[in-house]
Design a protein around this ligand. Structure first.
Ligand code: B1M
Length: 211
């Protein structure tokens, strides 16, 4: 499908306006948000990552590609999120301390919201204390994202901080992000791991016994 290739090219080249207009055109042509996301936006970021690894792209190119992707996501968000439903539970979601990657975290938040969860977005570079505070204030799920191997340990620190605050039994902890694995979730005592945004919604529901 030509328009999907155009969106991919636009994101890879960091062309925000073309990414947004491509997504709008794809929607006008009747493509579903899921197809646009999975067959254009996400593969584009994968390609950007490969180019970074190969030394063809540097941080500025990654950054402008991320902005172009976000412009496309902004158009899809209202379509992925249902409105007017009673929240299943509140999820406090953030990218862990030291980590500024938020595209995947935002995508997971959008999908969770679409599945009926209330979202408390703690943003990027979220310190363990922020997650603890959100849990103390009533969030039933703490959801942490990490894209760097160097920031993954902050997930463990957060689990320990929840224990120290006496909150661990009251909240479910789920984790994800490209370098994160089920084995890591088991190692740090998280309740669950999911590899992508759609399985994250299934995981969140199953953690609460809602499926
Ligand atoms: Co960075 N970066 N980056 N980067 N960046 C990666 C992650 C990297 C793999 C690139 C590479 O080398 N190939 C590499 C990490 C290596 C490692 O640690 N293993 C890397 C690096 C090294 C860095 C810097 C250190 C570069 C530097 O400064 N020298 C630096 C670190 C800054 C920091 O965070 N402190 C850095 C900076 C940046 C930018 C700011 C330029 C930009 C981020 C902009 C932004 O997010 N607003 C950026 C980008 C764009 C990337 C890549 C290219 C794309 C990430 C992305 O958005 N993917 C990335 C390479 C890659 O991943 N291919 C790379 C698309 C997104 C939809 O996927 O985030 O994986 P993802 O989310 C998925 C799943 O993982 C999952 O669901 C999502 C949707 O399916 N998921 C969850 C995510 N969170 C979840 C939580 C859950 C469940 C599922 O439950 C709670």
């Amino acid at each position: 499908m030509a328009v999907l290739d155009e969106i991919k090219e636009a994101v890879i080249n960091g062309n925000k306006a073309a990414a947004a207009s491509g997504v709008q055109q794809a929607l006008d042509e009747g493509l579903t948000p899921g197809v646009i996301l999975n067959d254009a936006l996400i593969p584009a970021m994968t390609e950007v990552g490969l180019r970074f690894e190969n030394g063809e792209y540097f941080v500025p190119e990654m950054l402008i590609a991320a902005r172009a992707m976000q412009a496309g996501l902004d158009l899809l968000k209202p379509l992925l999120v249902q409105s007017g439903i009673q929240p299943i539970a509140t999820v406090a979601i953030g990218t862990v301390k030291g980590d500024l990657h938020d595209i995947g975290k935002n995508l997971v938040a959008i999908m969770l919201e679409g599945a009926g969860f209330a979202i408390r977005d703690l943003g990027v570079n979220a310190a363990p204390e922020k997650f603890v505070q959100a849990a103390a204030e009533g969030a039933q799920i703490v959801a942490m994202s990490a894209l760097l191997t160097t920031t993954m340990p902050s997930m463990k620190v957060t689990v320990e901080a929840l224990k120290a605050a006496g909150l661990r039994e009251r909240v479910k902890v789920m984790i994800g992000g490209a370098p994160v694995t089920q084995a890591y979730a088991d190692e740090i005592g998280a309740d669950g791991y999911s590899p992508d945004a759609s399985s994250a919604t299934r995981l969140a529901k199953s953690l609460l016994g809602a499926v």
